[in-house]
Design a protein around this ligand. Structure first.
Ligand code: 6R9
Length: 672
């Protein structure tokens, strides 16, 4: 019998498609037109040798990229000084630069009136455009204000704001004066915010009076008020006005818009060392409290810029639409830093995929003439449920590339995204990466815009990335067509440097499991051709009667059943099999579980499509799945519910809708 992952690939490879450009036109490609710095690389004449070169001559590759893509105040002395086994990661030491200058000033010199940001506000049709000149002015005023109010190089400012130009200006103002930022997703609770402010030891917080999302007001300032009660370090809270409604202002609060007007539009940028901290970003681990991953200046910016350009085939003049919130790494790298470093036009999306109706994304694509759309599978699955008419209504002819991020994209969602949203015309790039990696590491077309794509596979490593798969004994799997723990064999500039205040945890989590390698915590399959498919978090891989299976593989099949909108699969302790399979399924509107045995139908389908052992022992139908605010299904919570360990549900601060958990607990108790 074939290994599971291989069967998944075999089943989908029939649908493998090639891009429309012929092989001969690919060969004619001029390598320096594709990547100018490649001109100096010995023996590099086409894109496939460029990829090999970037891995085997990593220092040369990154040095050339850093010189070419970034503006330096002082050039670097050393390219890298890394020892992964000790968690020592340093790039471009000796170099000095300013990230805000790289994202703003240099573009203001060449194209001051180019639109930098399109703020797609909650109400469709009310977008606001901000040019590079205007964004630089805002950033400088804000930088001066922060400086005048005592924020110094090396301090950490917490930003609790929805996507808006002021949030971007706040991030860049911190970068300008050498302060680190800590953006906390504006949907987090007061408790979660407070914990992050305390851990980051921020004395300054920037927020807005109220947020507006899905037609509703969100009381962000009130949440900050509640959060800072337990944050003795906080001395000042800057409050920008998103709405006209007044909010309670205390002695600690500063009206941001008013105060900024008093400041000059020239703000001297700090000359930052390459390895100074640019930002902290908190993310959840499988256990313990959230960890503040630390990213630094030059390496992060270079990696965000290069991946943004090559993964999405971004070209000057394109409008880039990443709908991720700025509170997540995707928003940092692909709404803010990557596009702005490249002098691009980037969309800041304030709303939801279904406001005012499920056509929102595509109406926005039509109105803003978006060329690259980058979103999450969870939203794609949600929209798929509403039907094709919401997509077909709008002109999507400007779209060139569709991106997916955050979790494995199941085949049904991939096909729908490709054929309905992209009219079968736009490549879908499934991008694998993490907060820890800073930017995209595996994606279908990093070095060749004409490369073939297999649905549901992240495919190929980005320049300079060398993935390896480890077997259960911790040995590198030498052949392809195999599965294992995904590690990265050599450092790259965009990787996180440490966990704030806890370097030991960084070493234990990422460096010690496989000494000398960066351990990602994900499992992957590598096909005969060397293409990668992410099989899910390793803690989501289950072992049923000795057969290893990724929960994502089972979900993929369950989701293909016409009655299913979405599902989550977990393993649970089973007396005989070791682990059994438990599936939670959300059915499409109007499907009745009472009529016909939907449950049996789903079990049979999994038996048929994968194997009998993979068939769920139990299926619980639920109204919704517990998800984080960034749309990740919290399988850990489902596992605890199935185990009956309600005390051990753990940190629920990232949960989007707490009532989902209550409903599932109730339904689960009725099941047995
Ligand atoms: C960018 C981001 C990281 C985890 C990662 C993996 C999952 C992200 C994925 C994917 C399969 C993809 N993940 N992209 N799994 N295919 N294309 O999401 O960062 O929030 O830190 O999450 O998300 O499990 O380890 P982050």
């Amino acid at each position: 019998m074939l290994p599971c992952a291989e069967r998944v690939v075999a089943s989908i490879s029939r649908r493998l498609f090639r891009s429309y450009l012929s092989v001969s036109s690919r060969r004619r490609c001029n390598i320096t037109a594709f990547m100018p710095e490649a001109a100096g690389f010995d023996g590099v004449s086409d894109r496939s040798t460029l990829q090999d070169f970037s891995v085997s001559n990593s220092e040369k590759f990154w040095a050339a990229a850093a010189r070419h893509r970034l503006s330096w105040i002082r050039t670097f002395d050393a390219v890298r000084d890394c020892d992964l086994s000790r968690g020592k990661i340093k790039w471009f030491e000796g170099g000095k630069l300013n990230v805000s200058v790289n994202c703003l000033d240099r573009h203001v010199h060449t194209c001051p009136d180019k639109v930098a940001l399109i703020w797609e506000r909650d109400e469709p049709g009310s977008e606001v455009k901000v040019t590079y000149r205007e964004l630089l002015d805002m950033t400088c005023r804000l930088g001066n204000l922060l400086r005048r109010r005592g924020v110094k190089r090396g301090d950490c400012v917490t930003i609790y704001m929805p996507p808006c130009p002021m949030a971007v200006a706040s991030m860049l103002a911190c970068a300008r004066i050498g302060a680190a930022h800590n953006v906390v997703f504006a949907g987090f609770s007061a408790e979660a915010l407070s914990e992050r402010i305390r851990d980051a030891q921020s004395s300054t917080v920037i927020t807005v009076n109220q947020g507006v999302r899905g037609g509703k007001l969100v009381e962000l300032k009130k949440t900050v008020d509640e959060a800072v009660q337990s944050c003795p370090t906080v001395q000042q809270v800057f409050v920008a006005a998103r709405t006209e409604n007044p909010v309670l202002m205390t002695a600690r609060d500063v009206a941001l818009d008013e105060e900024m007007l008093k400041e000059d539009v020239v703000c001297e940028p700090e000359a930052m060392d390459s390895e100074d901290v640019l930002f902290l970003l908190y993310t959840s681990g499988s256990t313990g409290k959230p960890k503040g991953l630390v990213h630094t200046q030059a390496g992060y910016l270079l990696y965000a810029a290069l991946t943004h350009r090559y993964v999405f085939s971004y070209q000057d003049g394109d409008v880039f639409g990443c709908v991720a919130d700025i509170g997540w790494i995707t928003g940092h790298s692909y709404t803010v830093y990557g596009p702005l470093a490249n002098g691009g036009t980037t969309v800041l999306f304030e709303s939801t995929p279904i406001y005012p109706d499920p056509g929102r994304y595509w109406e926005m694509v039509q109105r803003l003439k978006i060329n690259q759309f980058y979103g999450a599978p969870t939203a794609i699955r949600l929209l798929l449920k509403y039907g094709d008419q919401w997509v077909r209504k709008y002109d999507r002819s400007t779209l060139k590339t569709l991106g997916s991020v955050g979790e494995p994209i199941n085949t049904e969602a991939w096909e729908w995204y490709h054929t309905v949203v992209g009219d079968g015309r736009c490549p879908v790039v499934d991008t694998w990466w993490q907060t820890e990696t800073g930017g995209i590491c595996i994606s279908p077309k990093p070095s060749d815009p004409d490369a073939e794509i297999i649905p549901g596979m992240a495919m190929r490593p980005f320049f300079g990335i060398k993935p390896v798969l480890m077997d259960t004994e911790g040995n590198v799997q030498s052949s392809s067509d195999t599965s294992g723990a995904l590690c990265i064999a050599q450092p790259w500039p965009g990787m996180a440097r440490t966990i704030h205040n806890n370097h030991q945890r960084f070493i234990e989590t990422y460096c010690q499991p496989h000494p000398g390698y960066f351990f990602t915590g994900d499992g992957a399959y590598c096909s005969k051709e060397g293409y990668y498919q992410i099989t899910g978090r390793l803690d989501d891989v289950i072992n049923v009667s000795g057969h290893r299976i990724g929960t994502a593989e089972i979900e993929d099949v369950v989701n293909q059943c016409p009655v299913v909108a979405e599902s989550a699969v977990i393993g649970y302790t089973h007396d005989i099999k070791g682990e059994g399979v438990f599936a939670f399924a959300v059915l499409k509107q109007g499907v009745d579980t009472q009529h016909g045995d939907v449950s049996q139908q789903l079990k049979d389908t999994v038996s048929k499509k994968i194997a009998k052992y993979a068939s769920p022992d139990h299926i619980q139908f639920v109204k919704r799945l517990p998800k984080t605010r960034s749309g990740k299904i919290m399988r850990r919570v489902l596992r605890k519910i199935v185990e009956g360990d309600l005390e051990g549900l753990g940190d629920l601060s990232t949960l989007d809708d707490p009532t989902a958990v209550q409903e599932i607990i109730q339904g689960n108790s009725e099941l047995f």
